[in-house]
Design a protein around this ligand. Sequence first.
Ligand code: ADP
Length: 368
Amino acid sequence: MANVRIDRVTKVYGGDVVAVREANLEVHDEEFVVFVGPSGCGKSTMLRMIAGLEEITEGDIYIDERRVTDVLPKDRDIAMVFQNYALYPHMTVYRNMAFGLKLRRVPKAEIDGRVRGAADILGITKLLERRPRALSGGERQRVAVGRAIVRDPKVFLFDEPLSNLDAKLRVQMRAEINKLHTRLQATMVYVTHDQTEAMTMGDRIVVLDGGVIQQIDTPLRLYDHPHNRFVAGFIGSPPMNFVDGELNGAGDGRVFEANGVRLELPPESAAALDDRADGPVTMGIRPEHIRPDGAFVAGSPGSAIHAGVDVVEPLGSEILVYLAAGEQTMIAKIEPSVMPRVGETMDVALDLERVHFFDADTGESLTD
Ligand code: ADP
């Protein structure tokens, strides 16, 4: 197994489309790193450059400390699993899995051992003599993964491998790929546009937007300490609520004010914002940190909000409540024991220890 190092890599398509800009990243040996971001953010381009399927405009890529920038894909010792499986329709599962090894003139007995070993790991031994058209989507995806495993590559690359599967199967395959990672102790790089998939699979997540890496961190650090408004809004569902307003006052009297929301900042938050002059900022609060419980509201006079209930979405284990306060709308995620009704008003309080502030212009976090 191996590490992957991306060193100031830029990719420009056709002279003017900058798909990736000055990316720096080290994927450690045996690590599972996920690239996530909206469509067009450059995540597939990053993966394809590691695979050697896309030329690098500037910078270098190293696999296992060997510079591979100009090395052909077949000589990089990587295996890639694609979204569309890319299986040969006229070959059986066995031959699909064996094909790459055969091309490399691996002895027949060894091929057989590797194919059967991988099939066993993936639970597809019974399918070895079938052709791809006689397989379900999930089974095809397993075969595609099996084809990667038999190669015993230094690095596994996954390009949105689960996006053609239905929701239930996706969750199941997600867990299987996680288990596979633990079992093989392999270095894996995985691309998805789905933040839940990223959060549940990655040791670390690379969040991309507009071809620029926004933050590289563990799932929980990304969730609790987003470096900017983009990351804060992209990770988490429903997304973080944002309120544009102003910082005013000084020292102990620091407040955040917007139409409908007024927060008296506790000393810790005020201290974090000490260097910040009064003026426009964006406040961010996650839905679960807007709380309706009476004791909390009573004990939080500095962050209480009297809001109208616009929409109620019961999800079973929790309820989403769309609140309106002044010009602000916010989503609160609350326990089902409280069942607010549309059209009523509701008292809630923001957990001030979980409030984020962002620069109104750059979106940079002022608190993390
Ligand atoms: P993602 O995988 O995050 O959806 P991509 O890496 O596929 O994004 O694309 C990043 C950007 O590069 C997009 O703006 C896309 O339109 C552009 N792009 C991708 N491939 C090509 C190409 N072959 N030629 C020109 N532009 C491309």
